[in-house]
Design a protein around this ligand. Structure first.
Ligand code: 0X9
Ligand code: ZN
Length: 509
């Protein structure tokens, strides 16, 4: 009898442990301590005066899925502690829903309905390769924190062609963003045998599709905590997750991102600290994409770089805006410079474009995180068309800093500037590269210093700001006679000083 009571007791303890909700730990008022993303967040409408208010809220590390500049409000997925801070700063707000998880479409009878799981998408990709071995090759480009593969399906008609990257599900709860890349795979494979246009396009491009950049996040959001945004890294303060769209290494920093690990926009301990961001980086470094799209949800926008600052204008802005407009025609979405949504550093587009020379776009799908079942097919169909449009265009247009087109000196300057600015260990390598390029003793293609200066002068404002540390290094190298190609060192140093003064003026503006 006693044994039965003991078993009963153990059974109850076991059941309680299994059934206990995984998501609730609030840790009091102090924002700097709260493990915010494990709390049940609320949905709040915050009223703003202007775009600077929006930027201020983004800078607090707030998660702002909807920004209505014209209507002067934003929607935030917010914790109690964050909301207190917002209120203390004098912002007016209205709580829309005290349980953010409940605004995500309730999963019907325990199923995800239209939305596919990681395992289902994995199967589609494996089948794509198995059934079309001459057209598709499946690659594992990295492993997530919890050890899941990051898959990239390469659909390509033959030898090296202009390459395009289409990716989805950087943010865990944005399930629709994995559906569009998956639908693109299905559309291409279904139409390739009979549709002449699709065949012609695929035969002349190198298409890379990564439907799920953040597999751990997707699984966690679909099984444990719907509103999850980040990956599932275990942070040192016992919170979880880094925002992968703040972890890329171009102008990585704190604008629109948080240094605090519990925040939904936590940027990680350093640029590219996360294996899933590294997977995309290494693929991009190898494939040298002409263009890319990263799908997110929501807001019906086609965003183009730069996103890290209002005043950072891409040299190719006109082309980027035109392409965004071209893609938006299929969906009725609004094309917009990323920073106009809100300035935020470390997103994938800024790095893809700024460091890699890809014409990079973010498409914010639909008008809610998880659109209703009856909206999914249309969202996929429209945006698959946008993908095909960009894939087609990538045959004839390219960013001015794309490695196949920019001069070696331009590339060296850009790479060097990027690594100096992010103080990446590879700065050493790029310094050697730069010295080689400027020094004909070491390299036949060594350019003259005048050419170097001419290239610098041609660069846009944003790159010029980045160039400040490069110029300092180049000046030091001349002073120490590391670069020894030019007769008149004093003249060189005067030229550099002139450029540095010019830069200081740019900085002051
Ligand atoms: O904040 C993000 O990462 C993206 N929005 S989402 O609601 N899907 O999280 C937008 C990123 C756009 N980039 C910049 N504003 N820099
Ligand atoms: Zn997103």
């Amino acid at each position: 009898m006693r044994l039965r009571v003991l078993f009963l007791f153990l059974g109850v303890v076991f059941l309680a442990a299994v059934l206990m909700p995984q998501v609730v730990f609030a840790t009091g008022d102090d924002t700097s301590k709260a493990v915010s993303t494990e709390e049940t967040p609320q949905i709040v409408k915050i009223f703003v005066k202007d775009k600077f208010d929006v930027a201020k809220l983004a800078n607090m590390g707030l998660d702002l899925p909807e920004v209505r500049h014209k209507n002067k409000f934003v929607i935030s997925v917010i914790t109690e502690a964050e909301l207190k801070k917002v209120a203390a700063l004098g912002y007016k707000y209205k709580v829309i829903n005290t349980d953010a998880h409940s605004v995500l479409r309730a999963t019907r009878a325990g199923t995800l309905s239209k939305y596919r799981t990681f395992d289902q998408i994995e199967k589609i990709m494996k089948d794509a390769e198995a059934n079309n071995p001459s057209l598709c090759k499946l690659h594992v480009i990295g492993k997530s924190f919890e050890g899941r593969p990051v898959y990239a399906l390469n659909i390509s008609g033959g030898e090296k062609k202009p390459a395009v990257l289409i990716m989805g599900l950087t943010h865990a709860r944005e399930w629709i963003s994995a559906e569009v890349p998956t639908a693109l795979i299905e559309e291409i494979l279904q139409k390739y045998p009979t549709d002449k246009n699709i065949k012609e396009l695929v035969d002349n491009r190198d298409i890379w599709i990564v439907p799920v950049v953040n597999p751990d996040g997707l699984v966690y959001s679909q099984t444990k905590s719907k509103m999850w945004r980040k990956n599932r890294r275990a942070n040192s303060d016992k919170s979880f997750g880094v925002d992968l769209n703040r972890n890329y290494g171009y102008q990585w920093g704190t604008v629109g991102a948080s240094t605090y690990p519990g925040s939904d926009t936590y940027h990680g301990t350093k640029a590219f600290s996360e294996s899933c961001a590294i997977a995309v980086k290494e693929l991009a470094e190898r494939e040298k994409f002409r263009a890319s799209i990263s799908f997110h949800s929501y807001s019906e926008l086609v965003l183009f770089p730069f996103g890290y600052a209002y005043e950072a204008i891409a040299k190719d802005e006109k082309l980027l805006a035109e392409l965004a407009q071209g893609m938006a025609k299929f969906s009725g979405y609004t094309p917009e410079k990323s920073s106009d949504l809100y300035p935020a550093m470390g997103d994938s587009d800024d790095w893809m474009y700024g460091a890699m020379g890809a014409l990079a776009f973010t498409i914010e799908l639909g008008s809610q995180f998880v659109p209703n079942d009856n909206e999914v097919d249309k969202i996929c169909a429209d945006n698959v068309k946008s993908c095909l449009f960009l894939i087609e265009k990538a045959g004839s247009v390219h960013a001015s800093n794309h490695p196949d087109f920019a001069s070696k000196v331009q590339r060296a300057i850009a790479t060097f500037a990027y690594y100096s600015a992010t103080s990446d260990a590879r700065a050493v390598t790029s310094k050697t590269e730069l010295v080689n390029l400027l020094n004909p003793v070491n390299d036949d293609e060594g350019k003259s210093f005048d050419e170097f200066i001419a290239e610098v002068e041609k660069t846009d404002l944003a790159s010029k700001k980045l160039l400040a540390p490069v110029l300092k290094e180049v000046k030091d190298m001349y002073t120490q006679n590391i670069i020894n190609r030019l007769g008149n060192t004093r003249q060189v140093i005067r030229d550099i000083e002139k450029l540095q003064n010019e830069l200081e003026k740019v900085e002051e503006k």
